[in-house]
Design a protein around this ligand. Structure first.
Ligand code: SAH
Length: 356
């Protein structure tokens, strides 16, 4: 779990960089912090920093696999077909989804897009047939793509603009004046940024923050382009909102607790809410169908998670209570059921997806 012993703490690198060249943007800070964080550990599970849906229960991946198989069958079982997962963590979702899909004759080639070499090794051990990619550009260009991304977009760096007495500025990061605890703080950048704000949102009170995620927009744009050209469908699952919002949603999690994002960069998972309201029209602008953005709880229930939990409990009655608990974590209102959303996309001519 610990970081590589020989690597210089990222906070030191930031301090030197900022000392030499001035403040860095919050987006730069978050991007570097997460690159360090993910490349130096397996953060998932009870023993790690946070638990994701596929790590809670096999039912999550299985229902996704069934959804993909249903889409592919209704679209005419075209081959070759590719399963593509962005940020697959330990590969758990892929294992469960592909096992379920196989029962319906869907046996795609498997492609993982992953930046972390630490996680890549775990993924390839769990899914030996997978091919690994640094980004989408090397994923096959021919044949439908079935694309899944769970808790991937929330890890991509956000850009924040803050309203000051002098207008909109980018939020930048500098070491805390006294250097106390090695903490960093946000300051307003020196360049006017008003032109970067859509006219309708430009009037705001001092202190207002607008957060955007250029990386998420770029990924959805690229995925939609692949769907349009090759056929296929995509599911983006993440915590976030389907209405435009103001304010910072940046948070840091370490050892299952929220911590200060500006202490020990690279040692906690930095995430931000995914702005699904902005992402859906980006996909539509490429001629791809947006199937909907559903609350995770409702989507899993529509796909039959209750029946699946019952069936599993019948096979292994000793696990019935644990299965119920796991299901509640995935669909419960105060848990992942409402805050987490599922956004579905489909190529033109592909069927409307179940669950939305
Ligand atoms: N989908 C998994 C893991 C979620 S954690 C699950 O649900 O359990 C986020 C995943 O995205 C990790 O695999 C992480 O290494 C990967 N990741 C984060 N930023 C990335 C980037 N910029 N490019 C590619 N992968 C990234």
């Amino acid at each position: 779990m610990s970081k590589a012993a020989d690597s210089e703490p990222l906070g030191e690198i930031f301090r030197r960089l900022i000392g030499n060249t001035g403040p860095i943007s919050l987006m730069h800070y978050m991007g570097e912090a997460n690159a360090r964080y993910y490349s130096s550990r397996d953060p998932l599970g009870e023993a790690g920093d946070f638990v994701t849906a596929p790590e809670i229960s096999q039912m999550f991946g299985e229902l996704i696999g069934l959804w993909l198989a249903d889409m592919w069958i209704n679209a005419g079982r075209e081959e070759p077909v590719h399963y593509v997962e962005l940020g697959p963590g330990r590969g758990t979702l892929a294992v469960d989804a592909l096992r379920a899909a196989r029962r319906y004759g869907l046996e795609p080639s498997i492609h993982f897009v992953e930046a972390s070499t630490a996680l890549k090794d775990i993924q390839l051990a769990n899914v030996p047939g997978a091919q690994w990619h640094h980004d989408l550009s090397t994923v096959p260009m021919y044949g439908p793509v079935l694309i899944v991304a769970n808790e991937f977009l929330d890890a991509l760096p956000v850009r924040q603009l803050v309203m000051t007495a002098d207008g909109w500025r980018e939020r930048m990061v500098v070491p805390d004046g006294a250097g106390k605890d090695g903490r960093f703080v946000c300051v307003a950048g020196s360049q006017p940024m008003d032109a970067a704000i859509p006219e309708a949102r430009r009037q705001a009170e001092v202190g207002a923050i607008i957060e955007t995620c250029p990386g998420a927009a770029a990924v959805v744009y690229e995925v939609a382009g692949r769907l349009k050209d090759q056929g296929g469908a995509a599911l983006f699952i993440d915590y976030g909102h389907d209405q435009l919002r103001d304010g910072s949603s940046l948070q840091a999690v370490r050892d299952h607790l929220k911590v200060d994002p500006f202490i020990l960069p690279g040692e906690a998972d930095l995430t931000a809410h995914v702005d699904f309201a902005t992402l859906a029209p980006i996909a539509q602008s490429r001629g791809v169908r947006w199937l909907g953005t559903a609350a995770q709880g409702r989507w899993l229930r529509n796909l039959g998670i209750d029946a699946r939990a019952q069936a599993l409990a019948q096979i292994a009655p000793e696990h019935a209570a644990a299965l119920d608990l796991a299901k509640d974590r995935l669909v419960g209102e105060g848990q992942m059921g409402v805050l987490f959303k599922v956004m579905g996309l489909a190529a033109p001519g592909w069927p409307g997806g179940a669950g939305f």
